[in-house]
Design a protein around this ligand. Structure first.
Ligand code: NDP
Length: 351
């Protein structure tokens, strides 16, 4: 059995969801009430692979909302309690979605093995980052040529390059072969270490990297205040918005600049669930975050262990393995073809 731990995108949206599910006391509750509310298992799901294999899963709402991010103790408790519930439900492998994996890593919750009387078994959880990184790489590979960008001669900026997903994307793109990797993050030291491990890549500030990049992979949570000078961007430019929340459309999309929601996959058939309706997916019955799909894939494959765990541990072999499973079981990376009026174009040399 697989599990998915998620949350609503705002208190307002959480209240609306509670009302639609018949939880009236939650629908009327204020932030303090939501802070003290326990996690809820809101949905059970049956998923059938393209191979014909069926598995069962459960969606657990952590009852966390982003308005709680500054309430550190609350945020921490929400994630740990949701994990405790997943374990009590005896779910074999559960993905931490949205802010829950960020909170887990940033607050170093690995130190918090015990919740109430329950000893958390880390092997039952995955961040889903290996599949997310693989999907983002596929999105680069498949969509750059549609815009006439030849990857072999393209500069690819990775914003969040020193992070778990970003460093894996850099390693994969290096193996694939791109003209140059532009490495962007706030702290220089982890970038220098990444550059040394890669043996290549140029470290740049965001402002300097963007005008040089044919492709930009965003794998960092961006502050709402971030401004992008769209006039300075290259045309064509492919932007993969892999961060959470996905807020690049409004900041960067423009003439010749194509923003694609990163780390999103589409299943081969409708699933018949409610949970993705609130995640603003174009096709909520079959589209989902790649990290959630990783839990399904691990269950399909009988890999009941923390496949993605900790930071900067993602190997190319693990990416290849989860990628093969992803294709076999019927997942497809979200592509630009869903944008109206986009014709395939011949690849141009760009560097
Ligand atoms: P990490 O914390 O491991 O890495 C974050 C990276 O972003 C670091 O390199 C960090 O470096 C950099 N960073 C953070 N803030 C900024 C900023 N303002 N400007 C530039 N760089 C910044 O996170 P993960 O790799 O685990 O996740 C990356 C993103 O992907 C997250 O937003 C996460 O929510 C999202 N994600 C999306 C999924 C999906 O859509 N399917 C699934 C899983 C994760 P530094 O601190 O030095 O700046």
């Amino acid at each position: 059995m697989f599990g998915l731990i998620g949350h609503s995108t705002s208190l307002e949206e959480a209240r609306a969801k509670a009302r639609s599910l018949g939880y009236e006391e939650y629908a009327d509750g204020d932030l303090d009430m939501w802070c003290s509310a326990p996690p809820q298992m809101v949905e059970t799901i049956a998923v059938t692979s393209r191979t014909g294999q069926s598995i069962q899963g459960a969606y657990i709402d952590s009852v966390f909302v982003p308005e709680m991010l500054r309430r550190f103790k609350t945020a921490k408790r929400k994630v740990l309690k949701a994990m405790e519930l997943a374990q009590k439900l005896n779910i074999d492998i559960t993905a931490l979605g949205g802010f829950t994996s960020i909170i887990f890593e940033d607050m170093n919750l690995l130190r918090e093995e015990r919740v109430s009387a329950v000893q958390l078994d880390w092997k039952r959880f995955t961040t889903g980052n290996t599949h997310t990184a693989w999907v983002i790489c596929q999105q680069v590979l498949q969509n750059a040529p549609k815009l006439g960008i030849d990857l072999a001669s393209a500069r690819v900026a990775v914003v969040g390059a020193s992070g778990d997903i970003g460093s894996a994307v850099c390693r994969w793109l290096q193996r694939q072969g791109v003209a140059e990797l532009l490495l962007v993050a706030r702290r220089p030291q982890p970038l220098i270490e990444l550059q040394q491990r890669l043996g290549e890549g140029r470290i740049l500030s965001l402002e300097k990297a963007l005008p040089e990049a044919d492709v930009v992979v965003w794998v960092a949570s961006l502050p709402q205040s971030l401004q992008i000078d769209t006039a300075s961007l290259r045309s064509p430019c492919l932007m993969i918005d892999g961060g959470y929340p996905k807020n690049l459309d409004s900041k960067a999309a423009g003439e010749g600049v194509h923003v694609l929601k990163g780390g999103i996959v589409e299943f081969w058939q409708d699933i018949g669930w409610q949970m993705m309706e609130v995640a603003e997916m174009a096709k909520p019955q079959r589209q989902m975050f790649a990290c959630f799909a990783e839990a399904m894939l691990l269950d399909f494959e009988g890999i009941h262990t923390n496949f993605s765990w900790g930071r900067n541990n993602i190997s190319l072999e693990a990416m290849d393995r989860i990628g093969e499973a992803s294709i076999r079981h019927g997942f497809q990376s979200l592509g630009l073809e869903s944008l109206p009026g986009l014709e395939a174009q011949p690849a141009l040399a760009t560097a």
